[in-house]
Design a protein around this ligand. Structure first.
Ligand code: CDP
Length: 796
């Protein structure tokens, strides 16, 4: 009779185990960068440029040096003497650490003061006198490529204009032919605005250089500690084994904490020069105006359609506004991230995408804010375009999608722009969503309401997201191949510690990695601790972003557990005095095939690994696995929102939101639901209220939380989540696909499509996000599209 453990009881796969990390978070016992105080620690503040584009004529820091308590004032000139005025970015560009020649965006770092406390440092920053000569400002790609536009990056040789790159993918000639055969051509232009990840905790670092040991320890808010260690080794020319990056608890990252920021570099140099720990903690405005923005992309597309509804081909052109420095953290092969994942869920024979990146006088942008490198833009455009095309054909939104979906039996499927998707049940997800929202009934109610002057709308959005970069053949950052790792040490008593190269920032890895080990080994999850974020102890990994943790590090956890199980099997054979071939495994226990009652637990094997191993066997029960995924994982989701728009004010209220997510096997259903709700909340915020933009002078409008609105529980609608569709990932060791970002990726189009649907019959095809009431009112009143592209009027 089987004596296998009950997987749910031991907190294995499928257990909605409460997050173990929350014990310390909700008791105020988290340990964030700003909680750390080191003996003799000094504080750093940054002086930022008030202008978006200006030549620096002079910097006079003498008054700052004279303020008691000031230890050091760093300027670009001083950085230049150490070859540190500029640093390489993660996209093969350069970025000013402290400005020397010009400032290129409002908020750019100009000088740093290191003082006894942050208040003295801040006052001293204000005592620095910078003489600027203003220059013409560029705030969008159109201005960037206009004749006579000032060249923003005149620091670079061979940079005659403001174009960062041009890039294309797909079949241009084949797409032209598809358009020649089209019955109908549908067009859409839109701007996906800048949005800011705004984690609760801002960025910061504490650099601690110890002259006696020559070791540099940096506590910092990074989602990718090992990449930072490599970057510090290269930029500061320090030996890698003498650099320790510790990423303590992180109060949200969302992609904002992947890039390397000037503040990190300055605090490191200051600590080396002063031989004291130096802490830099960014303030909220500093975070909003200077750290990694996302999106800011102009999309222009056409779809070739047959009159029966079949999509024959797609053309996309996109202009990406990267700000003053191209510093995206993304796979180097793909200049515009994974934008070419657009239309992956649809069976479209041919497509072509052209992209152009431009420099503008804005903070560096394009980070993957809760998405897999521009996939949010891809899915938003896809679903807005699909809605427009169905409308142009006079077809039902749902029927048009279902007709063009990749069929269940067609996997693996080569997408029109070159990816290979792994698996999915797209039509089934749509059916579950339509049933849940009461689709047919809503359409009837919508018509009845319309007759009474009320505007109801329903928006469908689907998404499939390429999650889990690498494989290492195609994915690298700065030449470092993308894979991940896990180390597992099982102690003598059967308790264990797992370390991975990922870094949780709220996703619950401390809970879910233990569940994977529990599933593989039968060690109860509560007997396993998970540790991440210290480069001296964690195995090398590329960090956490782009929902890559479960697909890559999570897979490594499963693989290392299997290595442990293989050794434990040998120990079991030794203990049971049979040959290994006679041993069977059930959860938590090995037993003799011919005598199932004779068995040993995994804990007994662990004890034997230290106390009773067979002759010749290396003692101990620990191992490391590096996992290089064969492909990305491709979760799928359907999000449906219903809204009511007030025609008098343009205010829109959400009536319902239904989410059907298929992320393969769910490790922890409760955590997955939390990830989906968080993503939908951010999606709603992007669609509804998050307004951060620029006026003609390059002033950042929305640079504080009075203007840049974050949704609270009051505004956020309720969400109905569905988990009944499960398509295990065929190549992931436990069948899981990523989930962390899906709802933030696919959600925005559901809300926008719903509002545009409510306005159907008015001729309005597009309103750019955020759909502020005045924009909706303008569209409704004047029957025209409303663009949100900067520059905005300064009185907006
Ligand atoms: O890379 P990141 O952690 O942001 O995203 P993820 O890999 O999608 O995981 C987010 C959280 O959801 C983690 O705690 C995962 O272990 C959990 N998860 C899960 O329980 N089941 C899945 N199929 C996917 C993720």
């Amino acid at each position: 009779m089987t004596q296998a453990l009950d997987e749910i009881k031991i907190g294995g796969l499928g257990a909605s185990r409460k997050r173990v990390e929350d014990d310390r978070f909700i008791r105020g016992k988290g340990n964030y960068t700003d909680d750390i105080t080191l003996p003799g620690m000094l504080h750093m503040e940054i002086l930022r440029s008030p202008l978006a584009h200006a030549r620096i004529k002079s910097i006079d820091a003498s008054k700052a040096w004279d303020i008691p308590g000031v230890h050091l004032v760093l300027t670009g000139e001083m950085m230049a003497t150490r070859n540190l005025a500029w640093m390489p970015t993660l996209s093969y560009d350069t970025q000013a650490v402290l400005a020397t020649d010009k400032v290129r965006f409002q908020g750019q770092e100009v000088a740093c003061v290191i003082a006894d406390d942050p208040y003295i440092a801040k006052d001293a920053c204000e005592a620095i006198d910078v003489d600027y000569e203003p220059l013409p400002v560029i705030v969008n790609p159109k201005q960037a490529v206009a004749d006579g536009a000032p060249v923003i990056r005149d620091d670079k040789e061979n940079q005659p204009d403001n174009v960062v790159y041009t890039w294309e993918v797909g079949d241009a000639a084949g797409t032209d032919r598809a358009f020649e055969q089209a019955d109908v051509i549908s067009r859409l232009q839109l701007h996906y605005p800048r949005s800011h990840p705004s984690p609760i905790e801002c960025c910061g670092s504490i650099a601690d250089f110890n002259r006696a040991t020559s070791k540099l320890t940096v506590y910092m808010t990074t989602q990718a500690p090992h990449i930072i260690r490599a970057a510090v080794a290269l930029v500061a020319e320090l030996p890698e084994h003498m650099i320790r990056i510790i990423s303590p608890d992180i109060g949200g990252g969302f992609g904002n904490k992947v890039p390397v920021y000037p503040g990190y570099v300055c605090s490191i140099l200051a600590s080396i020069l002063l031989e004291r720990p130096v802490k830099w903690i960014e303030d909220k405005t500093g975070n909003l105006i200077s750290t990694g923005f996302a999106r800011d992309i102009y999309l222009d597309g056409e779809m070739a359609l047959r009159s029966d509804g079949k999509i024959l081909g797609v053309r996309m052109h996109c202009d990406a506004d990267h700000g003053a420095f191209f510093s995206d953290a993304q796979p180097s092969k793909f200049k515009i991230g994974l934008l070419h994942s657009a239309f992956a869920a649809y069976d479209i024979p041919v497509a072509h995408l052209q992209a152009r990146g431009t420099y503008t006088n804005k903070a560096p942008g394009g980070v993957a804010y809760r998405c897999s490198f521009r996939v949010t833009e891809a899915m938003f455009f896809q679903e807005r375009m699909v809605q427009a095309a169905a409308g142009d054909l006079g077809m039902d939104q749902a029927a048009f999608r279902r007709m063009n979906f990749v069929a269940d039996e067609d996997f693996p499927h080569r997408t029109p722009l070159g990816f290979l998707t792994d698996s999915g049940q797209y039509a089934k997800c749509l059916d579950v969503g339509l049933k849940a929202v009461g689709y047919e009934d809503f359409r009837k109610r919508q018509e009845e309401a319309r007759a009474k002057g009320r505007l109801l709308g329903l928006g469908i959005s689907t998404m499939t997201e390429p999650l889990g970069a690498g494989n290492s053949r195609e994915y690298d950052i700065l030449g470092i191949k993308m894979f991940d790792s896990a180390e597992l040490k099982v102690h003598m008593t059967g308790k264990a510690i797992v370390r991975t190269g990922a870094r949780t920032q709220g996703q619950g890895h401390e809970t879910t990695w233990a569940q994977i080990v529990a599933h593989e080994l039968g060690i109860p999850a509560e007997d396993i601790v998970v540790e991440e974020g210290d480069t001296d102890t964690a195995p090398f990994g590329m960090g956490t972003y782009a929902s890559r943790s479960t697909p890559v590090a999570g897979a490594a956890v499963a693989m290392v557990s299997r290595k442990i199980r293989a050794k434990a099997r040998k120990l079991a054979a030794h203990l049971l005095e049979v040959s290994e071939e006679d041993i069977e495994w059930e959860l938590g226990r090995f037993y003799v095939r011919s005598a199932p009652d004779r068995g040993v637990t995994i804990q007994e094997c662990a004890m034997a690994a230290y106390s009773n191993m067979p002759d010749g066997m290396e003692p101990g029960l620990e191992n490391t696995a590096y996992y290089d995924p064969p492909n990305l994982t491709w979760p799928f989701a359907v999000y449906i929102a219903t809204v009511e728009v007030d025609p008098a004010t343009g205010v829109w209220d959400v009536l319902s939101v239904v989410a059907v997510d298929d992320c393969g096997v769910r490790i922890n259903p409760m955590i997955v639901e939390g990830q989906i709700m968080g993503g939908l909340t951010e999606a709603y915020a992007m669609a509804n209220m998050q307004f951060i933009t620029f006026d003609a002078e390059g002033n950042c409008v929305g640079s504080n939380y009075m203007d840049y609105l974050l949704p609270t529980a009051w505004e956020t609608p309720g969400f109905e989540l569905h988990s009944e569709v499960v398509t295990p990932c065929p190549h992931h060791p436990i069948g899981a696909k990523g989930i962390g970002e899906c709802a933030a990726v696919g959600g925005p189009a559901a809300f926008v499509n719903a509002v545009i649907d409510a306005l159907s019959g008015t001729g309005v095809r597009n309103i750019d996000m955020p759909l502020l009431p005045d924009r909706v009112w303008e569209a409704l009143t004047h029957h025209r599209d409303v663009s949100g592209a900067p520059p905005v009027r300064s009185d907006d």
